[in-house]
Write a protein that binds this ligand. Sequence first.
Ligand code: PMP
Length: 391
Amino acid sequence: MDAAQKPPEQVFDWLDAEADRRAEAGLTRRLNPRPASSAELDLAGNDYLGLARDKRVAGAAAAAALRWGAGATGSRLVTGSTELHAELEHELARFCGFQAALVFSSGFTANLGAVTALSGAESAIVTDKYIHASLIEGCRLSRAGIAAVAHSDAAAVEHALATRRTDRALVVTDSVFSVDGDLAPLTELSTACRKYGAALLIDDAHGFGVLGEGGRGAVHAAGLAGQPDVVTTVTLSKSLGAQGGAVLGPRRVIKHLVETARSFIFDTGLAPASAAAALAALGVLKSEPDLAGKVLANAARLSEQLTDAGFRVSRPDAAVVSVQAPSADEAVGWAARCIEQGVRVGCFRPPSVPDGISRLRLTARADLSESDVDTAVKVISACAPPRAATS
Ligand code: PMP
């Protein structure tokens, strides 16, 4: 048929063909709404410190919505900046040890803004090949020359920096990788950047609140906070239990982002309720510095017990513990059986996993008791597909 004569009801037929292909490969995705209250043991969310439902945090959000309104009413440069945003930026920068911070409406837009504003067609970007999707999109949008090197390989990063053809270079990495929860070699990456005059951008979404002194993050723990060539991004939606994201770095970098980052300038500001929730959660983090340690203790217990039960488990560098599954289909069935048995677990399949290996993704929260962890391990073991556990 002449393409110009296609009837309107056939214009989206290609979507069905693609959906069929995904279904055949076991990669159909479904929304799975959770009820407002449930007795489920939650090992799927990213509320690492258990603060999303904390009354101090949720109460601050409710009060801010009543005081400032349900939304920010405009972009940050027009009407969307409130005193709450300014205070949150000040407190985040101070807590994490940076000169300045800039709050975005999500961690995703913070990453897009940081990468695109700090590179361009004239730059070279060197990334770990397993960086988060939001950083990948930022790299693509930047129009820079991109070298995506082997996972956690600082020598490969150094080689790419040494052989680049442009003066301006940016190294981009996650601090803690979101699928397996492993820690990047931050010290070695910083050394390589120093040697070759490159800037280092670290997404600390999964380190902030969990690693470093009192939860100041992986970048702080590596001694890189406040360095003149280091920029970090965080999300407010994991450890802080709120919503939103931020970029932290030297004052001149933050000024540059305010003036040039398109995902900041052309986006409605973060809702005041979310800013207030993040501020309150930061207050909790400051007053309870042992929260981060509880997450790590639970992650270690979870990983040890699952390893003992014969599963292939990732090294628990932070809150995320991942367990390999034999196939995408079996991972989905496994997760569904766990949920039926009252333990909610995450299920990561291609294309969300960079190496094609499907996994259950578990998160060890600070507010899980030891017996919660033991129960979770029992349920996961009982629900496992035959080939998942090797013992
Ligand atoms: N970076 C990493 C490493 C993440 O895991 C995520 C969230 N999955 C983000 C950025 C995006 O953050 P947000 O959910 O706040 O948009």
